[in-house]
Design a protein around this ligand. Structure first.
Ligand SMILES: *Cc1c(COP(=O)(O)O)cnc(C)c1O
Length: 391
């Protein structure tokens, strides 16, 4: 081996700056002297030390999502679930109670059901479309309410304003998981949320090639608690993932607008197809929360729609196989349309009675609409329905 030292050589000088954010995978950052390190630790100068504590690509991404959400000092985490966990476990303590929406994301429900109680944090669930039910479920020791504004996969709309007013009156933290709705439809911080969460994995990054989360709090003290918890428990995101997500985020607004317009058209087309029992889309005339979709989502139905076809599992199998133009995959927010079947994926842990209570039958499908042409999507769903009728 040649006798070269391995110290960093630095980047070539350039008076001009790169237009794209450089990818900076360095784990450690070298300082010039112990005095320089002191200055940094004491906050007199800015600088990175070790990537688990923070790195440029995570911070650049966080500042961009902050701007979209109207938040400050958000933290990028290694997944959306890490962001949910940082909010719950970073801010709650044994003896506290947290109330969750009854149709939260599956793993958020698991955290509430299995993990928080084990650590002495009591949890319960209530229907967030009904503010009276939420009020009735609060306890003297309730510290936080965690909701999603649009429920998965039934697309019911929470009474965000009612719950925000209730939480403000009772001094309870309101945490909103804004993954489904995205900042294009709602900025929860502007409507009273104290904490906002994103699974960046979904629409914000948008290409199904990174797993990332983001969480922000209104109060600087809560921000610091979540940051320290995230760093201590190693929720750090990879620089490369952050770099990819920043690139994806550049087209988020365009992708969302396009997918939403297609979803609205596809919902109307599906409702007229033989073999479709019902279509759920927030801005449709027959949606139970249509008025709230206008008020809370400002009329933006989003890119998600659900529908129910006639027949049981055999028809569902034939439909998924027949609609071969879309990926049958339980995710959302990709550039490509994905079709999911909650009874066999996200909701398989529920009893069939519990699924029936929320209308999730064997014929129930959820669609995350991507960037394909609406007519092409309608044609593939028509093909699926024809296959289902033959089953
Ligand atoms: C996917 C999702 C999460 C979890 O995000 P990951 O990045 O998969 O960990 C949390 N909440 C909602 C609403 C989601 O859709």
């Amino acid at each position: 081996m040649k006798k070269t030292l391995m110290r960093p050589v630095g980047l070539p000088e350039s008076a001009s700056h790169p237009v794209a954010t450089p990818l900076m995978p360095s784990v450690v950052y070298a300082s010039d002297t112990p005095d320089a390190l002191d200055a940094q630790y004491e906050g007199r100068v800015a600088g990175y030390t070790y990537a688990r504590e923070g790195h440029p690509n995570a911070d650049v991404l966080a500042r961009r999502i902050d701007a979209l959400e109207g938040a400050e000092g958000g933290i990028v985490t290694g997944s959306g679930m890490a962001a949910v966990t940082a909010a719950l476990m970073g801010l709650l303590r044994a003896g506290d109670h947290v109330l969750g929406g009854d149709q939260l994301y599956g793993r958020s429900l698991r955290l509430m059901r299995d993990d928080l109680p084990r650590l002495g944090i009591a949890t319960s669930l209530a229907d967030p479309t009904d503010v009276d039910a939420v009020a009735a479920a609060l306890r003297p020791e309730t510290r936080m309410v965690l909701i999603e504004v649009v429920s998965n996969p039934t697309l019911r709309i929470a009474d965000l304003d009612g719950i925000a007013a209730l939480c403000a009156e009772r001094g309870i933290l309101l945490a909103v998981d804004n993954t489904f709705t995205t900042p294009a439809a709602i900025r929860p911080m502007e409507r009273g949320a104290d904490i906002v969460i994103q699974s960046v994995t979904k629409l914000l990054a948008g290409h199904s090639d990174v797993t990332l989360g983001w969480v922000a709090a209104r109060s600087p003290e809560d921000r610091k608690r979540m940051y320290d918890f995230a760093v201590t428990t190693g929720m750090t995101a990879s620089p490369f993932d952050c770099w990819l997500a920043e690139r994806g985020l550049m087209t988020f607004g365009l992708r969302f607008a396009q997918a939403q317009a297609t979803a609205e058209r596809l919902a109307a087309r599906l409702a007229d197809m033989p073999g479709v029992r019902r279509v759920l889309y927030p801005t449709r005339e027959d949606h139970p929360d249509r008025a709230r979709a206008q008020a809370v989502l400002r009329g933006q139905g989003g890119n998600m729609l659900s529908f129910e076809i006639e027949g049981g599992r055999a028809a569902a199998n034939a439909f998924a196989a027949g609609a071969a133009g879309v990926a049958f995959a339980p995710t959302l927010g990709d550039v490509g349309t994905t079709l999911s079947h909650p009874a066999s994926s996200s909701h398989r842990g529920l009893t069939s009675e519990a699924r029936a209570a929320i209308g999730v039958t064997e014929g129930f499908f959820r669609v995350s609409v991507g960037l394909e042409d609406a007519d092409a999507l309608a044609a593939t769903f028509e093909a699926g329905l024809a296959a289902a009728r033959g089953a």
